[in-house]
Design a binder for this molecule. Sequence first.
Ligand code: SF4
Length: 506
Amino acid sequence: MIEIRLNDNAYEQDIRELLMAFYPGEGFVYEPGKADTRLTVEGMAAEDRRSFRLRLIFSGEPEAHEMRSLPPELEREAEHADEPILLDYDDRTDAKNKIKRRLYVLLMFATGKTLPWGALTGIRPVKIALTRLEEGMDEEEIARYMRENYYAGKEKTALSIEIAGREMRLLSQMDYRNGYSLYVGIPFCPTTCLYCSFTSYPIAFWESRMDEYLDALFCELDFVAERMGGRAPDTVYFGGGTPTSLREEDLDRLLRGLHERFRVRDALEFTVEAGRPDSITREKLRVLKKHGVTRISINPQTMKQETLDLIGRRHTVEDVKEKFLMAREEGFDNINMDLIVGLPGEDADDVRHTMEEVSALAPDSLTVHSLAIKRAARLNIKKEDYRGYPIINTQEIIDMTARCARGMGLEPYYLYRQKNMAGNFENVGYAAPGKACLYNILIMEEKQTIIGCGAGTTTKMIIPGENRVERAENVKNVEQYIRRIDEMIGRKEKLLADGNPLPARP
Ligand code: SF4
């Protein structure tokens, strides 16, 4: 346990997130004496709010590690580690960065560890590089900026800049500022995966009531279509859940209903997650093709059968191959595959084997995730049951997946991080030239208003010129979503109300 003791909670979250990166899996307390703690992190803002004193107090012997050959920016900070941090406590961004840099250095000496992303804990590190690129900074300046402000490592900085450059080129081909994208949530799956933290309900329970869900969804889509005044979305994305869990006739009804309301054929791309191979049939693939779906995702996560069984996927490695080849036969020329590094019990050889198997199938894009253990996931709730299955993720494994992806002719085009990720790494999307998913870039870099419809979805409206996002959330519970659909529409209506900026393209 770690105690966090602050006289002002303004930066509590930033402090806690960096602590989590150094001490994964650790719990936190905020009241002295409430639990056995090995470390107290004390942060005291001065009364005039012009300085902040940060101290680590260990319950036993103070921990100290010698750190050799530090880069100059870390050496500089280390020299002043015992002094108060001079800052303007009310300049939030600057103060936050200064506090995090100091805490990083203190924790680095305490643990003997450095982190690949340095003091960066946010989920969108590429946004930092992309914003600077758009402002006209050159790559060298951005690299220096990321090193000096966040202590980000050389490799992660270079990867961020490479991806930002690719994103900028891709975005320059579309008029994203004047458009919007549509996300439709289908929160049903064949079974629930061990690590799942998404809104997902077993399809078997809802199949007989699917008309109720689709009726509610169509009410919401009616409102959005009317509000958008006939404008075609730039991108359409069906996620969830696994949309292909729906019966063929329900999928057909859903897609027909979508076309009746939106000019989907004018969209730049239309993705449907067909993630679980156990949800795919040839007939469903034909329904998707008939309705103009341009990109699908078939996700093995791993090509090791024992792991698939352990994580509750209820499909085989052979199913992955069979459904992938079936989709090719049905004419899908843009297929993504998702993988997870750090699945329980898997080591570097297992990941290498998965990469070889996937490489033989030659998908058009690949997303390599680092396992994130979310609070609501079964893997967390029942963690005692999985004690015998270590979670292994290292820079070497991540590097190997990157080499394999590039060897398949795929280039990194978007990246994001999550909380509680194994190894504190990142998720990277790779794609063949011309096969990148624009929706992924738009949502990750918060470039465009995304209208979310369905249970558990969020509408994110970008406020132009203000670097701000406003949100309207739908309830996650399907029963509630159906019952309270008018309220969900009301939330959207309020967000998209007159006076708020709206995409203006006819
Ligand atoms: S396929 Fe995805 S959404 Fe469905 S249970 Fe597994 S992790 Fe959750």
